[in-house]
Design a binder for this molecule. Structure first.
Ligand SMILES: [Zn+2]
Length: 244
């Protein structure tokens, strides 16, 4: 696999061990163009970076070597991990994002992503449940890589976790309100089991975490409303997380 080396100065100069690498975090660049994204990720002025960037044609750039901590995750949580820069590999996908014209991810871009993920998973023994999007680990601040990112297709390639239901079955439960408090509580308990973190049970943090869950696992309708479809999916994903 061809990887083009660029250099970003935005990383911690102390090396980390291979063992500390536990997660992959997927992002979109969310900027007007590929060029602008690269300039930003490589400029000392902005203090952001990632390990890899993949453009729409599938060309892979390495900006920071794996053994150094890149600055892509920010304040974040997943399962028992906190401030994930030190434990993760960050991969940026060129996409204008919600602000400048969100588009579907390109075929060649995704096949490069799949190849690089497979390599990283093997090298660092990364578990399925630790392959996340930026919005999963920072739901209050972030919405990338967004609801167009094909998590289901990734899971078919053994990258990340997915549920076992077919979409025709699930659709019947969409928009069916969850009324019982007990069910609501069990839904958020399942989100915690999956890895989502909310420190206080404030309305806004529950709402944003529910949206992050939908962006990842129920992309057909991202509305911040808890329905039975979400309930069923969360239950199944939480179960699948146990052994993966
Ligand atoms: Zn991001």
């Amino acid at each position: 696999m061809k990887i083009n080396n660029l250099y970003s100065p935005n990383f911690d100069k102390r090396k980390r061990s291979n063992k500390s690498i536990k997660l992959i975090v997927i992002h979109y660049t969310g900027m007007q163009s590929e060029r602008v994204s690269i300039v930003r990720l490589c400029s000392p002025k902005f203090k952001v970076s990632s390990h890899f960037l993949i453009n729409e044609k599938g060309k892979i750039y390495r900006l920071v070597k794996d053994e150094y901590i890149a600055w892509h995750a920010g304040k974040s949580n997943w399962g028992s991990y906190k401030n994930l820069n030190k434990n993760s590999i960050g991969i940026e996908l060129v996409n204008k994002g919600h602000k400048f014209g969100y588009t579907t991810f390109k075929k060649k871009q995704l096949s490069s992503l799949i190849r690089i993920c497979k390599l990283l998973i093997k090298k660092y023994k990364i578990k399925k449940k630790y392959i996340t999007g930026h919005s999963d680990i920072a739901p209050l601040r972030k919405i990338d890589p967004g609801e167009k990112f094909p998590w289901k297709q990734m899971a078919k390639n053994k990258i990340g976790i997915w549920h076992n239901y077919n979409s025709d079955f699930l659709r019947k439960y969409r928009n069916i309100k969850v009324l019982e408090k007990k069910q609501k509580i069990s839904f958020f308990k399942n989100l915690k089991k999956i890895g989502y973190y909310f420190s206080k049970n404030t309305k806004i943090s529950l709402f944003k975490t529910l949206i992050a869950f939908q962006r990842h696992f129920r992309q057909e309708l991202v509305n911040g409303k808890l329905d039975k479809e979400c309930l069923i999916i969360a239950h199944d994903i939480a179960k699948n997380c146990k052994n993966s």
